[in-house]
Structures are given as structure tokens and as C-alpha cells.
Design a protein around this ligand. Structure first.
Ligand SMILES: Nc1ncnc2c1ncn2[C@@H]1O[C@H](COP(=O)(O)OP(=O)(O)OP(=O)(O)O)[C@@H](O)[C@H]1O
Length: 603
């Protein structure tokens, strides 16, 4: 429950809605409670008229009119409060969703290594839906009911302390009995959520990679796996729901016994003359009103438990540690935008005794790497697949902190430079182009606040992309589909080159696209890349011998260490990895081809 209160605190800007709902709930309870009093009074008047003890028909008509008035007022207040509840819920959803997304944008890369995209999405939906559903239910019906119950207890105390005592006993007993069952209920709920999360995660992956599924003909397997999780959830629900409803039947039986006692007291005491018929009618109505929340308790507890589980999940994500000095943190804190004194001297990039492991295992992926890259140099990293080339670049981008040693850019340790400033210095062309849905214009200008048509065209022309863009019916306004699915591999790459050109960062990282491009497309992309590399310090995660042979220096990695550093000419004769790859390139033997593949090298 504490976490739900925390949620309300998180969205404290909605206080006007909270206040409105409280006032509305009091008004609903007041109008609802007055109705039994009017009916009781009318009963007494009717009994008096029938018994010949006075009373007038006009009083009865006035009392009926009062009932109409109260009923109308109750309807208006119920709907006005319901309206406020709906407004509060939708605003709360917006606030919580924004917070969640904001948090995800602040989390370090490491967080995403252990989570599936679909899981993150399904968790977001579930936690926020359960919280808003609960608060909507609470404000629209349960809160007015709570106030009514409280008032009923006070009124019963006035008329019959016995009755009040019984009512006072009912609620805590019922809540206690419910809480006993709900602990076990929650364990099943978490287990079910795990299944939903895994299924949701896989669902998103499969939808995102439908081509792979189709080409490997794994539709049946994927469907079976997906359904399996839902079947397991159904199995858990059978146990969960069976247990809950058995216990609920028991609870209600206890409750029925208590209400039997209440009614018996009322009937007997009225017959003995302790109450008038009117007061008995009043008490019966009040007791029935008091009974409602108890019978609705199982729905309430169900919704509340879900909300508690949801808010726990929400705060679990919120408790994750942010990436230090994330751009969103800087924007929010209102702190002055940090600046950094970049040093113009060489080297532009340096690794000094850098070691790194991903943390899940103690094994180091990089060991004692020392390397310096000068301004304008083109350096190719070559090594076995999984040898740590991308990891080196990850450290340079500060996506992970080095376990030991120092990575420097422009003479500054990346540890001390805010990631925003560091990443502005580095342009990246990813192996898989990594575009977003939207137009070509939006993709090329990604991350740039304002861009003119002329700048856009220049970047596209230099990236060798203008020709194909112009041939498209909508030109720069063409929608490219999710991750650019409507474009060819080469076209996507050229857009990502144009994007990097527009970013115009002095340091460039190229993760070379390999087998995805045919020779013609490769040539088209290469022309753009040559243009992009002009005047920039470039690290190439190399996958083509043709590229490697044109760089200024090659760095070969073996078992996480730098093996050799030298020009292509120098390394061609040392007998090291590069020389070996060169020797293999003409060979058509299976073993040699396998060796090239181990280095992720295409000719
Ligand atoms: N996010 C991660 N979490 C845990 N281990 C990782 C992660 N990323 C990479 N690794 C491991 O680190 C090692 C180096 O991976 P890296 O991606 O740097 O290799 P690479 O040389 O770029 O390979 P390739 O040429 O195939 O892309 C591999 O053994 C890999 O399994």
C-alpha cells in the first residue's frame, strides 16, 4: 500500500483532482446516507396514518420529493466525481508513462543487456494500467463507499451500540482474512507476470525479426513457445483463482453469520419496542449499505494487489542507477550545461592499460590495451569475432566504464567528461544502419535541432544517397517503415552515412556492414564512407580486406590483447593475423574460408 501512496506522491501535481475526489466522495456519501433517514421518516408517517395516529399525505409527498432531490444530487455528484476520477487516471497514466520512459532513457547500456524489449514494454503497460485502474476504481466507487461505511458506524453507535460493535468487528476481521489469502495470491500473480513478460519479450522480438522466423520456418515453434507461457499462466490462474474463491466463500459465510446476528438483534429489539418501525427500516438500509463494500472486497483486493505489484515493479525500475550525468539529468537539474576543454594535441584517442569485463563473468574481454590514435588517422581493428573490437568502441563511447586503465578523448579521460559532450564528438555508422520509422528527412536529421533543405541535400549527396532519394515519389518525405524496412540494405547504409555526415563529429566509428551488401551496393556505400571519413579521425571495425588495406594503421587483437600495430604494408610481412588473412584470401579451401569467417572477414 505504501507504494501506491508513493505513486500519488510522485504525481503530486494532481492535487486538485485528489481534493475534488475527496470532496465529491463526501458529498456522495452524505446524499446516499440521507436517503435511508427520509425513508425511515416516511415509514413512521405511513405507520402513524395507517394506525390512525395522525400525519398527513402532503408530508409523505414532500418526503418523496426530498428522496427525488437527494437521488438526483447523488447522481450528479457520483458522475462529477467519476469524471474527476477518469481525468486523474488519464493524467496519472501520462505522468507515470513519461517517468518510465524518462528513466529508461537514463539507464546505462548495461541495463539493456539483461532485458528484452518486449518485457520492458509489457512491464510498463502492466504496472501503469494496474495502478491507474486501481485509482480510478478507488475514486469512482470505493472511496465514497469507505466514507459511507464510516458514517454508518457512527450512526449505528447512536441507535444501537450492539449493532455498531458487530459492524466494527466485521471490517477488520474481513480485511485480515482477505490479507491472509492475498499473500499467497500475490506469489501466483508474480509467477504469472513472469510468464507474460517472457512471452511479451519474445513476441516483440519475433515481430521485429519476422523475416528470420519465416526463413527458418520457425512459426510453429515460436507459436508453441508463446502459447506455452500463456498456458502456464492459465494453469497458475486455475490454482490462484480456485484458492481465492474458496477462501472468499468461507469469508462470506462468516460474514453471513454476523449479518444474521445483526438482523436478528434488529428484528427482536424492534418487536420489543426498542425502535420504531421507521428506525428499523433505517437500520436495515444502513446495514445493507455497510454490507456492500465487504461483498465487493474480493474485487477490491484483487485490484489493489495488482496495483501494489504494479507499483512495486514501477519503483523497481525507478530504483535502477542512472547513467552518470545523463543528458536528461542535466536538463532536469537546471545545472549549467557542462563544458569541457578539449585538447587539440595528439593523440585524439588513447587507451592506456585498459582492461574490461562485462561483469556477468569475471572473464576479461579486453586485457591491458594501450593504443594512441592521432588526428585524421584511419585505424582498422582486426581480430577474431568476439575478440573485443566492438567492446573497445563501447568504452570509447562510455557505454560501459573500463574495469582498469584510462580511455582518453582529446586529452580528457572519458570518465570525467559528461557523456553528452563526449558522444557529440563521435559519429557512428552502425553495422545494421539502425534507422527509425518515419521519413528519410527525419532519419538523416536525427539528433539535429534544425536543418535546412540545402544541408539535408548536401549530406545526402555526399553520402551518395541523393540519387535514390530523388527517384522516390515523396523524396525526403518518404516513410521508410520500421527500422527502414522499405529500403534496401545499401540504401539504409547510405542514409546512416548521411546522418553521420550531418552530425559532423570529428571522430568517426565505422562498424562495417558485411554480407548484407552486394558489390554494387557496397561500392555505393563506400563512396559515401570515403566522403564521410575525409578529415576525421576514424576507427573502423573492419570486415573487408579491401578496407583494411587502405587504412593508415591496423590494430590486431588476439585473446583480448593488442597483438600487432602497424601499417598494412608492415603487417603484411610479419606473419601475424593480417598477413595470415591476406594469405587466405585467394584460397578456396574450406578450412581457409572457415578461418576468414572466424575473423568475420569477407574478401
Ligand atoms: N553486452 C554484453 N554483455 C556480456 N558480454 C558481452 C556483451 N557484448 C559482448 N560481450 C562479449 O564480449 C566479447 C567481445 O565482444 P565484441 O562484441 O566486443 O566482439 P567483436 O570483436 O566486436 O566481435 P564481432 O566482430 O563478431 O562483432 C564476446 O565474447 C562477447 O560474448
Amino acid at each position: 500500500m505504501r507504494s501506491i501512496i508513493r505513486i500519488l506522491g510522485t504525481a503530486r501535481q494532481l492535487w486538485r483532482f485528489y481534493l475534488g475526489i475527496i470532496v465529491g466522495a463526501v458529498a456522495i456519501a452524505a446524499t446516499a446516507l440521507l436517503i435511508p433517514f427520509v425513508i425511515a421518516r416516511a415509514t413512521d408517517v405511513v405507520v402513524s396514518i395507517v394506525g390512525g395516529n395522525g400525519g398527513s399525505i402532503s408530508t409523505l409527498v414532500w418526503l418523496a420529493a426530498a428522496l427525488l432531490g437527494l437521488s438526483l444530487a447523488n447522481s450528479v455528484m457520483t458522475n462529477a466525481t467519476g469524471y474527476l476520477g477518469d481525468q486523474m487516471a488519464v493524467r496519472l497514466r501520462a505522468i507515470l508513462s513519461r517517468r518510465y520512459f524518462d528513466k529508461l532513457l537514463r539507464l546505462p547500456q548495461r541495463y539493456y543487456d539483461n532485458e528484452l524489449t518486449g518485457t520492458i514494454i509489457s512491464r510498463l503497460n502492466r504496472s501503469i494500467t494496474s495502478i491507474t485502474d486501481f485509482l480510478q476504481m478507488f475514486s469512482n466507487s470505493f472511496f465514497p463507499m469507505l466514507i459511507t461505511v464510516f458514517a454508518i458506524l457512527v450512526i449505528s453507535l447512536v441507535y444501537s451500540p450492539w449493532l455498531a460493535v458487530l459492524l466494527i468487528v466485521i471490517y477488520p476481521t474481513f480485511v485480515w482474512l482477505t490479507a491472509l489469502t492475498s499473500k499467497k495470491w500475490l506469489v501466483w500473480e508474480h509467477a504469472k507476470n513472469d510468464h507474460y513478460d517472457i512471452a511479451g519479450g519474445r513476441f516483440a522480438e519475433v515481430v521485429g525479426q519476422m523475416r528470420v522466423v519465416k526463413s527458418f520456418v520457425t512459426e510453429r515453434g515460436e507459436l508453441a513457445r508463446f502459447s506455452g507461457h500463456f498456458d502456464d499462466a492459465v494453469g497458475l490462474t486455475v490454482k490462484q483463482s480456485g484458492y481465492w474463491h474458496r477462501m472468499d466463500t468461507l469469508r462470506r459465510a462468516v460474514l453471513d453469520v454476523v449479518f444474521f446476528a445483526i438482523y436478528a438483534i434488529l428484528f427482536v429489539q424492534t418487536a420489543q419496542g426498542a425502535f420504531t418501525v421507521g428506525v428499523m427500516v433505517l437500520m436495515i438500509q444502513l446495514v445493507n449499505m455497510a454490507k456492500q463494500p465487504v461483498t465487493g472486497m474480493s474485487y477490491l483486493v484483487d485490484t489493489t494487489q495488482r496495483a501494489i505489484a504494479g507499483s512495486d515493479e514501477f519503483f523497481k525500475v525507478m530504483a535502477e542507477l542512472d547513467e552518470p550525468n545523463n543528458p536528461l539529468y542535466l536538463a532536469e537539474s537546471g545545472a549549467e550545461q557542462p563544458t569541457v576543454e578539449w585538447c587539440d594535441d595528439n593523440p585524439v584517442i588513447s587507451f592506456d592499460g585498459v582492461s574490461f569485463g562485462y561483469g556477468d563473468t569475471t572473464e576479461l574481454v579486453l586485457k591491458d590495451i594501450s593504443l594512441a590514435i592521432d588526428k585524421g588517422e584511419r585505424v582498422a581493428f582486426v581480430g577474431e569475432s568476439g575478440g573485443g573490437k566492438t567492446t573497445l568502441v563501447n568504452l570509447l563511447m562510455k557505454l560501459y566504464p573500463a574495469t582498469a586503465g584510462t580511455v582518453e578523448v582529446h586529452g580528457q579521460s572519458v570518465r570525467d567528461v559528461p557523456s553528452e559532450l563526449l558522444r557529440r564528438e563521435v559519429g557512428v555508422v552502425f553495422q545494421d544502419a539502425s534507422l527509425f520509422s518515419g521519413t528519410i528527412r527525419e532519419n538523416i536529421a536525427y539528433g539535429i535541432k534544425s536543418v535546412t533543405d540545402e544541408q539535408l541535400e548536401t549530406a545526402a549527396r555526399r553520402a551518395n544517397a541523393l540519387g535514390f532519394i530523388k527517384r522516390l515519389k515523396d523524396g525526403f518525405d518518404t516513410e521508410i517503415g520500421e527500422r527502414g524496412i522499405k529500403l534496401s540494405g545499401g540504401q539504409k547504409q547510405r542514409l546512416s552515412v548521411a546522418r553521420a555526415l550531418l552530425k559532423d563529429a570529428p571522430i568517426l566509428i565505422l562498424d562495417e556492414a558485411t554480407s548484407s551488401l552486394d558489390t554494387k551496393a557496397e561500392r555505393a556505400v563506400q563512396a559515401g564512407l570515403d566522403e564521410l571519413m575525409e578529415g576525421r579521425t576514424t576507427i573502423i571495425i573492419a570486415h573487408r580486406l579491401s578496407t583494411i588495406s587502405t587504412v593508415d594503421r591496423i590494430v590486431t587483437l588476439r585473446e583480448g590483447r593488442v597483438d600487432e600495430v602497424g601499417t598494412p604494408e608492415e603487417l603484411a610481412t610479419t606473419g601475424g593475423i593480417y598477413a595470415e588473412l591476406l594469405a587466405l584470401q585467394g584460397s578456396s579451401s574450406r578450412a581457409d574460408k572457415a578461418k576468414l569467417a572466424r575473423y568475420d572477414i569477407v574478401r
